[in-house]
Design a protein. Structure first.
Length: 160
């Protein structure tokens, strides 16, 4: 009888947890089960300004010069172009600090197995709660000291 009561309690609690979810779930989405390219238009609804402005400029640059690399030529969530998915998934650790409708999620992980040099990364994701959902407002690499919203992108720029 006790296990039935617990099962009912968990089954009623799970839908609410899945709907709201912690801020770290919004970040985890971009790493597992597979890494997703944040600037991809299909994920745009998961972001807010100022990052969406950069993504729009990146889209314009891609349309203007389709044969050239646009402004974002790496995966911002990884701070890299190359990685081993198994290693990222295995080493990913997320820590979140929530303050009302704002949150900071720190993602730490390795890009490659230890024997290949590891490629340790520390990424800080700033999130805002919009209409009850956590959305990414910015990404900062503590490893390489850059912030996504601060990157420059000119729609007509030539790649170097």
């Amino acid at each position: 009888m006790r296990s039935i009561v617990l099962a009912v309690a968990f089954s009623t609690a799970l839908p609410a947890a899945a709907l709201a979810g912690p801020a770290s779930d919004a970040v985890k989405f971009f790493y597992v089960p597979e890494v997703k390219f944040e600037a991809d238009a299909q994920y745009r609804d998961r972001f807010t300004e100022p990052v969406t402005k950069l993504f729009d400029l990146n889209d314009q640059a891609t349309k203007k010069n389709p044969d050239q690399v646009a402004c974002i030529d790496f995966d911002p969530g990884l701070d890299a172009q190359d990685f081993d998915q198994k290693t990222v998934s295995k080493t990913l650790k997320l820590a979140e600090k929530v303050d009302g409708d704002s949150a900071d999620v720190t993602a730490t992980f390795s890009l490659f197995p230890e024997e290949d040099g590891g490629g340790q990364r520390e990424m800080h994701w700033a999130l805002k709660k919009v209409d009850g959902k956590w959305k990414v407002a910015d990404i900062t690499s503590k490893t390489s000291d850059w912030t996504l919203s601060q990157l420059e992108c000119m729609p007509g720029q030539d790649s170097e």
